[in-house]
Design a protein around this ligand. Structure first.
Ligand code: HEM
Length: 408
């Protein structure tokens, strides 16, 4: 079981929603509920070191901000960390922090590598990896599901996409976890900054090697193509590789580890999955809603405007909270219940609109492979120690999950 302190809505005035510890160590569901009901567009005040920002909590308002990249740009950063620090070095060059025509052109290019058809061989390899990792865990009888199973899946798939050599993969994995989420409450922004720079340097080297290499991976695709008539430079290639690895590794790991924890904590749902009463495709969507690995996304208002009737000034930071929208009772019946057969399921776990997650098909395939693997290979799961949260105001979930597994 995870033990988290429940925060009461009365404490709202003392909370800083940018504080990673708050998200890691507490249960904010009562606060989100209160905000959706009474202050759906809330102002999180400035601190000594960071500016204030808007907190948008209702599903309808969240999707309206996501939809409108002209009024709410990602070019000032798309997560609190960069927005509060005053900008993103990838602005106008990296897919997630670029808008307008450049974004559309870059996205069209990358989409060709992320279509279900193009991903078929990678999805096949994901299924084989999941089966191998689950069999290893079953043989040992116990595992840390987050480290031994979930962590072994997404980075391998992204590295396959990017053509990262096997020998470098463990190094890249340790850098990504320091750069974004942290499994350590004492990790500092400087540690994250150093890790991020190391990843960028690593990809710069790979991009140089691949420019005229004739390889068929995403790095070679970026290096050999034009966006709106212009070739991408080394910086743009490196930033977009970085964005794939940071966007697609830890998020997917957290959803897979969160899936195992959800099944352990909801034995009735585990039985319904085992009996085939809940199909894999619908169960994947509910796991995505339930785990919501990306807590928020951020934007900057480009003009004086409003959200949910609240005036927003040009230049202000607007954050939309998937964690709250995915529990909005206006959209979901009994949002606090895990229902693996839930349909429809209009979660915003992958965002919405022009920046909708590029890796959604891959992430769904990864979670689906884990659910199918657990259903088919595992008879019983039992938690044998505490699950440990990641410390981040952007990523949510567990980085450690000790389990005992019995084979089917
Ligand atoms: C965008 C979540 C998996 C690559 C996004 C966004 C969210 C998200 C919320 C929108 C960000 C914004 O609007 O500012 C997730 C979650 C995942 C996941 C929860 C796993 C469960 C992946 C994977 C990849 C990936 C596997 C690639 C290998 C991207 C990219 C974007 C993106 C490149 C930027 C798209 C754009 O700006 O047009 N993701 N993601 N993601 N994601 Fe994912």
């Amino acid at each position: 079981m995870t033990t988290r302190r429940t925060i009461a809505p009365e404490e709202l005035g003392t909370l800083d929603l940018a504080d990673p510890r708050l998200h890691a160590e507490s249960d904010l569901s009562a606060v989100w509920h209160h905000l959706r009901e009474h202050q759906p567009v809330h102002w999180n005040p400035a601190t000594d070191t960071a500016p204030g920002f808007w907190v948008v909590t209702r599903h309808a308002d969240v999707t309206s901000v996501y939809r409108d990249s002209a009024r709410f740009t990602s070019e000032g950063g798309n997560v609190l960390e960069t927005l509060l620090a005053g900008g993103d070095s990838g602005a106008g060059r990296m897919l997630a922090t670029t808008d307008g025509e450049k974004h559309a052109g870059l996205r069209r290019l990358l989409m060709s590598a992320f279509s279900p058809r193009a991903l078929e061989p990678i999805v096949e390899s994901v299924r084989r990896t999941v089966t191998r990792l689950l069999r290893d865990a079953l043989e040992k009888g116990t595992c840390d599901f987050a480290a031994d199973v979930a962590a072994g899946v997404p980075l391998g798939a992204i590295c396959d996409l990017l053509g990262v050599p096997d020998r470098d993969r463990a190094h890249v994995l340790s850098l990504t976890s320091s750069a974004l989420g942290s499994h350590d409450a004492d990790s500092t922004p400087v540690d994250a900054w150093i890790a991020r720079n190391e990843i960028l340097l690593y990809f710069a080297g790979l991009a140089r090697d691949r420019r005229h290499s004739g390889h068929a991976d995403v790095i070679a695709l970026l290096a050999g193509s034009e966006v709106n008539g212009l070739p991408l430079d080394d910086d743009e290639i490196m930033l977009n590789c970085y964005s794939l690895i940071l966007g697609g590794d830890e998020t997917a790991r957290l959803s897979m580890a969160g899936a195992a924890l959800a099944l352990v904590e909801h034995p009735g749902q585990w039985r319904s999955l085992k009996r085939g009463e809940a199909g894999i495709a619908t169960a994947v969507e509910e796991i995505l809603r339930w785990t919501t690995p990306a807590l928020h996304a951020g934007r900057t208002a480009t003009t004086d405007t409003e959200v949910g009737g609240r005036p927003i000034a040009a230049g202000e930071i607007v954050t939309v909270w998937n964690a709250s929208a995915n529990r909005d009772e206006r959209i979901f019946d009994a949002p606090g219940e895990l229902r693996l057969d839930r349909t429809p399921n209009k979660h915003v776990t992958f965002a919405y609109g022009p920046h909708f997650c590029l890796g959604a098909h891959l992430a769904r395939a990864e979670i689906g492979a884990v659910l199918a693997g657990l259903r088919d290979l595992v008879a019983e799961m039992e938690q044998t120690g505490p699950a440990k949260p990641v410390y981040s105001n952007f990523l949510s979930g567990i980085g450690t999950l000790p389990l005992a597994l019995k084979p089917a």
